[in-house]
Ligand binder design. Sequence first.
Ligand code: ZN
Ligand code: ZN
Length: 78
Amino acid sequence: MARCEVCGNDYDKAFTVRLSDGSEHVFDSFECAIHAVAPECDHCGCHIIGHGSEADGRIFCCANCAKHAGVSTLKDRE
Ligand SMILES: [Zn+2]
Ligand SMILES: [Zn+2]
């Protein structure tokens, strides 16, 4: 049993997410996990739950946002 670090729910099906920096976080739902650890688009601020697009050390939810932010090297797959 573990307690979700976002909402505090004590849930027997909680799971642990280990990030690339080695830190571990416990959540009761993907919604809480996304809220806590998903990166945010540098342009629109939405949580990135897909692969996202990285350019110039910044991350975007889609190539369109990258374009709006002045990054022209990214393209969405068509
Ligand atoms: Zn939660
Ligand atoms: Zn975006």
